[in-house]
Design a protein around this ligand. Structure first.
Ligand code: UD1
Ligand code: CA
Length: 448
């Protein structure tokens, strides 16, 4: 590709009524501007014009793009002009808004082909929308060719009836863009330097201006308020879920599943109602996820089940049953064919293959071997009030119900702990440990 992408993101987004800069609001768990950046992955370079909340935007995007700063918001034409020095050497410039997250790489590639094959100085991406309110309207001559763009605020009644609108996305030949920028003025209803005036200016110079009309008008949804944010969020959600369905994933209730753009899901996996999958999560084939589950930045092996549970930043093997009502906190590595039952919390722990943690148990900061059986109500006492300590449980150990393992402590391979024990000292391999007071029985005590 032979173009640089320029993304306008200096505006405040007043209508969002938010402390957060508009372009950092999220759909499908990712900031709006990051979706736009993903769509321009075909560009040679990426420039972002920042202004309102510049530091916040920069801290999210980091070094992955270059920045131009627009100190005062004097309009989209003015915003583009602030980046002149950064795109001057590119042959062509793709301009987009940071608040138009549904645009796709495929559409941009097709529009670029139209721009170059048509020999255009500028190509405007347009769409026919059900409600054109607020958008710039596309003016066409009697020959059907693009004749200019009029902003909503400046449009006549007749022009406001036009339903073909400007997406705010354009390919420009750089020479033509630089020429037009020097000639844009602010004599309009909003007193702003409109980038859209570049079209009329170039046509006045007998340069070629084309329109590329999108098939799916949803791609150009621009987000100005929370209602549009919700609408765009819904479109993105549907798009992501459709892609997984096409890849062989079953959704029992597509309306209630929320899947982020980074998730990979294997075929024949079933997603039950009310499931949220975020971050770079991988779910292998043949899993059952949900209902009512949330998985964040984790890896789930083939044939596993996550039922009414939460999994965060952890790795779970194949054939594992989690839940109902389990909480797997960050940094767990859970092997294969394991059972994590109801009301179990696991944190920063390694659990070996075939281990059973069936109910009401807390395992924090521990290395647990394979084939271990945790009785109901086991607690790893990992915190002494000032420091965290680690416990080790060897392969094949049996932990009786209602045991406390006070870390740091080691339970040997095949060791057996009697129910109700509070274990404070290491237990050798294959040993038996009991740590509770003896039962006292006083006959006839109650009657006396
Ligand atoms: C703009 C277009 C309109 C189009 C619509 C599509 C103009 C004059 N109008 O209108 O034709 O239909 O987008 O969504 O271009 N920005 C800056 N600096 C500024 C002003 C804006 O960086 O001084 C940025 C904003 O942060 C935003 C983008 O440019 O990301 C578009 O600005 P916005 O005010 O939302 O323009 P619209 O009124 O939506
Ligand atoms: Ca807008």
């Amino acid at each position: 590709m032979m173009y640089t992408a320029l993304i306008l993101a200096a505006g405040e987004g007043k209508r969002m009524k938010s402390r957060l800069p508009k372009v950092l609001h999220e759909i499908a768990f990712k900031p709006l501007i990051c979706w736009v950046l993903e769509a321009v992955s075909g560009a040679d370079g990426r420039i972002v014009v920042v202004g309102h909340g510049a530091d916040e935007v920069k801290s999210v995007l980091g070094e992955s793009v270059s920045y131009a700063v627009q100190e005062q918001r004097l309009g989209t034409g003015h915003a583009v002009a602030q980046a002149k020095d950064l795109f001057r050497d590119a042959r062509r410039v793709l301009i987009l808004s940071g608040d138009t997250p549904l645009i796709t790489r495929q559409t941009l590639d097709a529009a670029y082909a139209c721009h170059t094959s048509g020999g255009n100085a500028v190509t405007v991406l347009t769409a026919h929308v059900p409600n054109p309110n607020g958008y710039g309207r596309i003016l066409r001559g009697s020959d059907g060719n693009l004749a200019g763009i009029v902003e909503h605020a400046d449009a006549s009644e007749a022009q406001r009836a036009i339903t073909e609108v400007n997406s705010g996305i354009y390919f420009f030949d750089t020479d033509a863009l630089l020429f037009a920028l020097d000639r844009i003025s602010n004599g309009n209803a909003q007193g702003e330097y409109y980038l859209t005036d570049a079209i009329g200016i170039l046509l006045g110079e007998h340069k070629k201006a084309g329109a590329f009309t999108l098939g799916d008008h949803n791609e150009i949804i621009g987000i100005n308020d929370r209602v549009q944010l919700a609408a765009a969020s819904e479109r993105m959600r549907e798009r992501i879920i459709r892609r997984h369905m096409e890849n062989g994933v079953t959704f029992l209730s597509p309306q209630t599943a929320y899947i982020g753009g980074g998730a990979v899901i294997g075929r024949d996996t079933i997603i039950m109602p009310n499931t949220v999958i975020e971050g770079d999560t991988t779910v292998a084939e043949g899993c059952v996820i949900g209902p009512n589950s949330r998985i964040t930045a984790s890896e789930i092996g083939a044939g596993s089940e996550i039922n009414n549970s939460v999994v965060v930043a952890s790795k779970i093997g194949g054939g594992v049953h989690v839940g109902p009502f389990a909480y797997i906190r960050p940094h767990c590595e859970i092997g294969d064919n394991i059972k994590i039952g109801d009301f179990v919390e696991i944190k920063n722990a390694v659990i070996g293959d075939g281990t059973k943690v069936s109910h009401l148990t807390y395992i924090g900061d521990a290395d647990v071997g394979a084939g271990v059986n945790f009785g109901c109500g086991t607690v790893i006492v990992n915190y002494d009030g000032s420091k965290k300590h680690r416990a080790t449980v060897g392969d094949g150990a049996f932990i009786g119900c209602n045991t406390n393992l006070v870390s740091p402590v080691r339970v040997g391979d095949g060791a057996f702990i009697a129910a109700g024990s509070t274990i404070t000292e290491d237990i050798p391999n294959h040993a038996f440990a009991i740590a509770r007071s003896r039962q006292t029985v006083k006959t006839e005590w109650k009657r006396k």
